[in-house]
Design a binder for this molecule. Structure first.
Ligand SMILES: Cc1ncc(COP(=O)(O)O)c(C=O)c1O
Length: 439
């Protein structure tokens, strides 16, 4: 068991100063005050060590301050830091060539860069409208796509994100995300639940409220991120692709959380053998430097000069970090995510046999969700228990984050070792045991 000196004296002082000056809108999990990190371990300002199962919300994909990423950043900073997207420079092109080579579609890809996930989604929305000349979109309940006014119109994981910000951008219609653990639509006999959701879009939404010929795109997370790390059933993506093809609708895969090797493949949608038209990426792409963007089929990214742009797009420091990140992921971290992810899922399945409050464990690679329930029969969500487990894990020395109403997400750096996973899972199980005993 960890020392009770959390938060310690230095951390407490900083928390007081933070309270005075930082926007109160940030959703803070617990009082972790970072000092430094190395790989999958981090230390707070009072010298307490933690294992990092959250990696800054799936961002530090190569671990904290990987030497190759640090070296790439330092070299670039010595050279130049910024020139603006009005001009040209090599590392922007090199990074774009590299990310384009990973595109989950056969056609050549073109790349647009910004600084965050929400900007990537905004770019996808604008490109879809510009390319198709259509107005409407389909999004999914439970999804998170960002907090700026375009992406927010799609975000529907929690009401807090939307309260007091209406009216939203018009044209977005939500349908249920295919959560096989909690289906809310009726399935036909022998129908996969993912197919049932697509049939609902076709038979209800497209027949009654949203003309498919006026629909620009369907925006979807291949695995729900903020919404609870939900993995859709096998039939979902093939059926969704067929629906898009039938009506000339673009398929946008928001891979901001699930992409860049996290699930053991470059892009999570590859697990279903389906090719999207636009892919949004950010988070893990540059190991913590701000970078986000979209990959689109070259035939789709046909907007004219001046249609969309930004000041910081193609930032050389972020692109250098991104290039180093992609090389590391390609050089073995993607495979490690698949292998260690498998090991983690197995270990969690075993932990599940000892804890009836775990309703389901699911995921791909190192994108794993644990859903907590009152009991497995009723599946009633247990959000308070989940919150207590996250809190107790922290005091045990493990950084985790909640996801959805009642899940914990496991999203460590992609190069985490099996040993650190085992150590972290022990801390997590201790937290579960202690929280269950209080229930
Ligand atoms: C799937 C997805 N899309 C978009 C975003 C928004 O990214 P950002 O917070 O960088 O704006 C997130 C962030 O969690 C996300 O998970």
């Amino acid at each position: 068991m960890k020392s009770q000196n959390i938060p310690g004296t230095k951390a407490k002082k900083l928390l007081e100063r933070d309270l005075e000056v930082i926007s109160p809108s940030y959703p803070r999990a617990y009082p972790f005050v970072m000092d430094h990190g190395k790989g999958s371990e981090i230390w707070d300002v009072d010298g307490n060590r933690f294992i990092d199962f959250a990696s800054g919300i799936a961002v530090c994909s190569t671990g904290h301050s990987h030497p190759k990423v640090v070296e790439a950043i330092k070299n670039q900073v010595d050279n130049f830091i910024h020139i603006s997207s009005d001009f040209y420079h090599p590392v922007w092109v090199e990074f774009s060539e590299k990310i384009a080579s990973t595109a989950p579609f056969k056609e050549p890809a073109k790349v647009f860069l910004g600084n965050s996930g929400t900007e990537a989604v905004e770019a996808a929305i604008k490109l879809a409208r510009a390319h198709t000349g259509r107005h409407h979109f389909i999004g999914f309940f439970g999804a998170f796509h960002g907090r700026t006014m375009g992406s927010l119109a799609f975000t529907s994981s929690k009401i807090q994100y939307r309260e007091s910000f209406s009216p939203m951008m018009s044209g977005v219609t939500h349908v249920p995300y295919p959560d096989p653990y909690r289906p809310i639509l009726v399935q036909a006999e022998n129908e996969d639940y993912g197919e049932a959701v697509v049939r609902y879009i076709e038979e209800v939404v497209f027949a009654r409220t949203v003309p498919p010929q006026e629909t620009a795109a369907i925006m979807v997370e291949p695995i729900l991120g903020e919404g609870g790390y939900v993995v859709p059933p096998a039939g979902f993506f093939p059926a969704l692709r067929r629906l898009c093809d039938k009506h000339g609708i673009l398929l946008i895969a928001d891979e901001v959380q699930s992409g860049v090797g996290r699930t053991g493949k470059w892009w999570a949608i590859e697990h279903w053998g389906v090719e999207p038209d636009i892919v949004c990426f950010a988070k893990g792409i540059a190991s913590g430097m701000p970078l986000g963007g979209i990959l689109a089929r070259a035939s789709v990214m046909d907007w004219p000069m001046g249609a969309h742009g930004n000041t910081f797009g193609g930032n050389p420091v972020s692109c250098s970090a991104g290039l180093a990140t992609l090389e590391l992921i390609e050089g073995g971290f993607k495979e490690n995510a698949a292998e260690v992810g498998e090991y983690t899922l197995d270990a969690l399945s075993e932990i599940m046999t000892r804890h009836t409050s775990i309703g389901q464990v699911r995921g791909k690679g190192l994108m794993i969700g644990i859903e907590f329930v009152k009991d497995r029969e009723s599946k009633i969500p247990a959000p308070d228990l989940r919150d207590r487990i996250v809190d107790k894990a922290f005091y045990n020395g493990l950084i985790t984050l909640g996801s959805g109403k009642n899940c914990i997400r496991i999203a460590p750096p992609l190069n985490i070792s099996q040993d650190l996973i085992s150590e972290g899972l022990q801390m997590l199980e201790d937290a579960i045991t202690s929280a269950e005993a209080e229930a």
